[in-house]
Write a protein that binds this ligand. Structure first.
Ligand SMILES: [Zn+2]
Length: 378
């Protein structure tokens, strides 16, 4: 069904003549400011209770979202339900604001600190205040506050992710400092999560850091994933990789994988939620872990210090993209990085129709706590 798309300026004219203006974005997006006079009713909510929110099907209704996509869907939905005078505002709140039309003030969270700190994000139309609000509302699980977790946590906190849940049961050792840049000489002997929380608070006090000084196991993995939008595997050890993969498939959470060895690293996004049989999980590649003696990533194996910096930063990039819903995630692709050759290459990954955990229709087989492969974690 086709509906009218109108400019923000035309919408303002009609609103002043008595039309109802409805902002269909989510509450956290509306908190960054709305077109003045708009009522906030999120798209899902509108779909559920249109009759209650808009009892008069003959009244003129104008719909606005961030850039014009959701408002168009909302307008089509209302038109299909017999609302005769609906229109979607082309370009949405972004264009409304860019054209200098009146806005309601943002909530208290969007203070001078917010605008100054995130200025270079706010200048990107793909992020803007609504995207920054989305990051502030996000919670990321980061397992491992070591080589991969350090750059990932730093960049996620700097980017304004609202809550970082950090899980690591190790303490800082001198041999960590060659690559684990969250930690310092002065904090040798301190639990890694406490050291990390101190470093991150110094960088961005707006980010809440939840520290869990425990090993992730089958007993606590689901509680660790509770309320999380994205999980990052920063532990780089096999037992945990399988555990995280299986839990993320079961709970439908995207998992950002990273691994490093000597001078080479790799990363991918395993995101099977709503994509079973189409997007692969880690077990589609490697159904079972290698025997412990063949596992390469023990603490004793060497690694170029900057290498986890590259891979952990790629993981943070993918997390921010997933949280914002922008770009093309590293889903179904395995990215390899060779530091000595300074080369990136990628391999296509396919979902395994016989995957032990993510095959369509497969019942969850239960968690397996693989034996620890090395005495000390990477
Ligand atoms: Zn799979």
């Amino acid at each position: 069904m086709s509906v009218d798309e109108i400019t923000p300026r035309e919408a303002l004219r009609r609103q002043r003549a008595g039309a109802r203006l409805i902002d269909v974005r989510e509450p956290h997006e509306r908190a960054a400011g709305m077109a003045e006079g708009a009522d906030g009713i999120a798209l899902d909510e509108l779909a559920e209770r249109a009759g209650e929110a808009l009892p008069d099907a003959g009244a003129e209704v104008l719909l606005i979202c961030q850039t014009g996509g959701r408002s168009l869907r909302a307008a089509q939905l209302l038109a299909a339900r017999g609302y005769a005078r609906v229109a979607s505002i082309s370009g949405g709140t972004s264009r409304w604001q860019a054209e200098g039309l009146p806005m309601t003030a943002a909530d208290a969270g969007f203070d001078a600190d917010f605008h100054e700190r995130y200025d270079r994000h706010l200048r990107l139309p793909e992020i803007g205040a609504a995207g920054q609000a989305r990051l502030a509302a996000a919670r990321v699980l980061l397992v491992g506050a070591g080589g991969l977790g350090s750059p990932a946590a730093y960049y996620l906190a700097a980017a304004g992710v609202g809550t970082l849940r950090l899980v690591d049961d190790d303490v800082v050792e001198r041999s960590n400092l060659q690559r684990q840049i969250l930690h310092t000489e002065a904090r040798i002997g301190v639990p890694k999560v406490a050291s990390a929380a101190q470093a991150l608070a110094a960088l961005n006090p707006r980010t809440r850091v939840e520290t869990v000084a425990e090993r992730a196991t089958s007993a606590n993995i689901e509680a660790l994933l509770e309320g999380v939008n994205v999980a990052i595997d920063g532990a780089d050890n096999f037992p945990l990789r399988y555990l995280l993969n299986d839990a993320c498939v079961k709970l439908g959470k995207p998992l950002i994988y990273g691994a490093v060895h000597r001078f080479e690293g790799q990363s991918s996004v395993f995101d099977t939620a709503g994509r079973r049989g189409e997007a692969p999980c880690y077990r589609c590649l490697f159904p079972e872990p290698p025997p412990p003696e063949a596992a390469p990533n023990c603490a004793e194996a060497g690694v170029l210090g900057v290498l986890p910096g590259v891979i952990g930063t790629i993981q943070a990039t993918e997390a921010v993209k997933l949280l914002l819903g922008i770009g093309e995630p590293l889903r179904g692709r395995l990215l390899h990085f060779d530091a000595l050759g300074m080369r990136f290459r990628q391999t296509r990954l396919h979902a395994d129709p016989d995957c032990p955990v993510c095959a369509p229709g497969r019942a969850f087989p239960g968690y397996i706590d693989y034996a620890a492969f090395c005495a000390a974690s990477a």
